[in-house]
Design a protein around this ligand. Sequence first.
Ligand code: SF4
Length: 281
Amino acid sequence: MREISCAQIRAAVAQLFLTANRQIAPDIRQAVTDAADRETSTAARYALSQLTENYVCAEEDGLPICQDTGLAVVFAEVGQEVRITGGLFSDAVTAGVRDAYTEGSLRKSVVDDPLFDRTNTLDNCPPILHTALVSGDRIHLLGIAKGFGSENMSRIGMLTPAAGEAGVLRYIVDTARLAGPNPCPPIIVGVGIGGDFEQAALLAKRMTARPLNKRHPDPRYAALETRALSEINALGIGAAGYGGVTTALNVAIATAPTHIAGLPVAVNICCHASRHAEINL
Ligand code: SF4
């Protein structure tokens, strides 16, 4: 067994959220730069150029890319040959998020009770933690700082198999259409197809962090990604809602086996401030 301490996990999680909030991933920065170059709307081109300038300022000055520094979501893959020492894994993850948001002066955006009290927990905790046991002796951590302007525009549809490919495509594109300028476009669209209610949503959230140069390995789903992206961009919402040719930077689909009577489709929208970082321990 390989030992990994809670102190290592805590430090890694803290670094993930500091990095994610201050440094946009290179592929997203490049995609926004490319979108600015081909934009036909003057206002949208200006908005895109402001985004790229904002990315540079945030990284150079160590400031958050956006004032909404997000709800901390962690996808953890824990190798079965790892022995975690010095405490509970979930406590270490929570402590790492707390460190990042308190010591990094990131906005605290979590309330304890969702409906009545809504009292800020003052440390951006608890995070949302998804843990999977995998083979090997490593821990892989993906941290996503999820802003809620875009999260609030996400949807899940419990379609039936009769909806078919056309129904799935319509659901994805309609989600972007209904969102309009609210999720701070250009957006990244994560889609989960299959599984059940919660698995579809999990797949969709995970897909918001997929590298932009990847496509679904099945060419039929890869084609669906491309077609959905094209149709969303044809909506003309554009960067910051100023029209033009780029409403979305990517559509990423993940799939899972499902029930014979079901075709769940979850669409998780992420804004241009798609903040995520990962590390292997
Ligand atoms: S949706 Fe994204 S860019 Fe817009 S305010 Fe929220 S975190 Fe910031």
